[in-house]
Design a protein. Sequence first.
Length: 153
Amino acid sequence: MTELHVVLAPVGADVYAVPIDRVLQVAVAPALTRLVTAPPHVLGLFSLRGQIVPLLDTSALLGLGASAAFTFVLVLQSPDGLVGLTATAFPERAVLGVCVGTSELPGTDGSYLRGDRVVVLLDIDVLLTGERITPERARREIASAVAASNGAG
């Protein structure tokens, strides 16, 4: 039996899993700089030890609509750099066993049982592909915000 070490991220009533080797840290919801022209799933930018990190609404990114309030952020390493995903409760480490089914959500890679809950594994490489999450206009605004913050410091 193959075990998969993950961080569980509650998003509303659902629970999503991120492979633990992709999670750099879990942080309390940070202060955000909003980007008015960004797509709905881009909540804004935050600073993490001097690095500018885009924060994405996990629920909206999965096509489930905007989530209410979030209290924690999973900071991940993506092919394009650091990115934050929202969680509505404290994320926790877990070990998942055998995949019990597929998931119809984009950017996911199967469903697992953990106790009496179904946990959906996120495929970070698919979920965070550049063309999918940052249309060109938002990409330019993020680059402009990063350049401005680097010039100010």
